[in-house]
Design a protein around this ligand. Structure first.
Ligand code: SF4
Length: 322
């Protein structure tokens, strides 16, 4: 392990076997704390002490045909109490609120079947209310190159898209289709936001390392790691969840391997993660695949004020509110 730690300190590239060895570190061991130390040190050097608050609005709650076996909105086991779409006016109100709270990046999320034309219209409608310093990010289903360009023209600066853990097995989206979308986002000049997710106890370190290295193929500014939230009524509920230290370890490894240029996140929010150099957290409103309440701000979702406090408690600076 010492040799791997020295390579990290020397900023040398790690191979997949070395990454798997890091992921195998026990969460009560000395090596675990050394790993957190290296991640925190890297975070301080790379990001300064700048903390980021990202905020996401889920703009529809409807059954989704991709049928992810962990999601509360999958058509095969829809567990949310209602179905709805937010109007453009409602989304504008939500965005104006987030701008006044000085969120750094604002994400609009839909299920995979939401009409992309309608999404682009909403993007155009909200953009005038967002100052140029705040980024607007799309979190939608798979898209092709021309659609990625249209998102950019509408004022989106980036898109969140990933190959999920056991994509095509626990979801009905083929890996190749997800990769095509990743390439379309990159080629359109949109910023790609990436995350290794949703990580469950059944995933091997080899699988996790594979997804870490997939992210490394792209130029990632904002990286994340997310554990799967067991949602009652979904097929994967019985697997439970990985522990918070385990998630911190995976995030620390992802940070040290991928070296994103702007920020590293853990989702969902946990204060412990800041020990691993995490400098970015998400506020959430509206629909959320991890919640059984279709207004996640009333249940699992954090608000920007809570995140600001968490980041500042750990010594990070956050942008001043208006
Ligand atoms: S996680 Fe997204 S793509 Fe999968 S079922 Fe839920 S809304 Fe659809």
């Amino acid at each position: 392990m010492n040799e791997i730690f020295h390579k990290i300190e020397a900023k040398a590239e790690l191979g997949k076997e070395e990454v798997i060895r890091l992921l195998e570190v026990g969460t009560t061991s000395q090596e675990f704390y050394r790993l957190l130390y290296l991640a925190r040190k890297h975070s301080e050097e790379r990001f300064g002490n700048k903390g980021y608050i990202f905020a996401q609005i889920g703009i529809n709650a409807e059954p989704c045909s991709v049928n992810c076996r962990f999601c509360s909105m999958a058509a095969g086991h829809y567990v949310l109490p209602h179905r709805w779409q937010k109007s453009a006016e409602e989304v504008i109100e939500g965005v104006k609120q987030l701008v006044s709270e000085r969120a750094d990046d604002i994400f609009l999320m839909t299920t995979a079947d939401y009409p992309v034309e309608k999404f682009i219209e909403i993007g155009r409608a909200v953009r005038p209310y967002i100052p140029s310093g705040i980024r607007l990010v799309a979190n939608i289903g798979d898209i092709d190159g021309p659609t990625a360009l249209r998102l950019k023209e509408a004022g989106f600066t980036g898109a969140y898209h990933i190959v999920r853990m056991r994509e095509g097995i626990d979801t009905q989206a083929p890996v190749e289709q997800r990769v095509k979308t990743l390439d379309a986002i990159r080629d359109a000049g949109l910023e790609l936001y990436y995350c290794v997710e949703p990580i469950g106890p059944e995933h091997s370190y080899e699988e996790i390392a594979t997804e870490i290295f997939r992210a490394k193929e792209y130029r990632i500014e904002a990286m994340a790691a997310m554990r799967r939230t067991p949602v009652e009524g979904t097929p994967l509920y019985g697997y439970g969840a990985i522990s918070t230290p385990e998630l911190c370890k995976i995030a620390a490894v992802a940070l040290l391997v991928i070296r994103p240029s702007r920020s590293m996140n853990i989702h969902e929010v946990t204060e412990m993660s800041l020990l691993a150099g995490i400098n970015q957290l998400y506020a959430e409103a509206g629909a959320n695949p991890r919640d059984t309440d279709d207004q996640t701000e009333n249940n699992r979702g954090f608000n920007t004020a809570a995140l600001r406090k968490i980041l500042e408690n750990s010594g990070y600076t956050t942008p001043a509110k208006k």
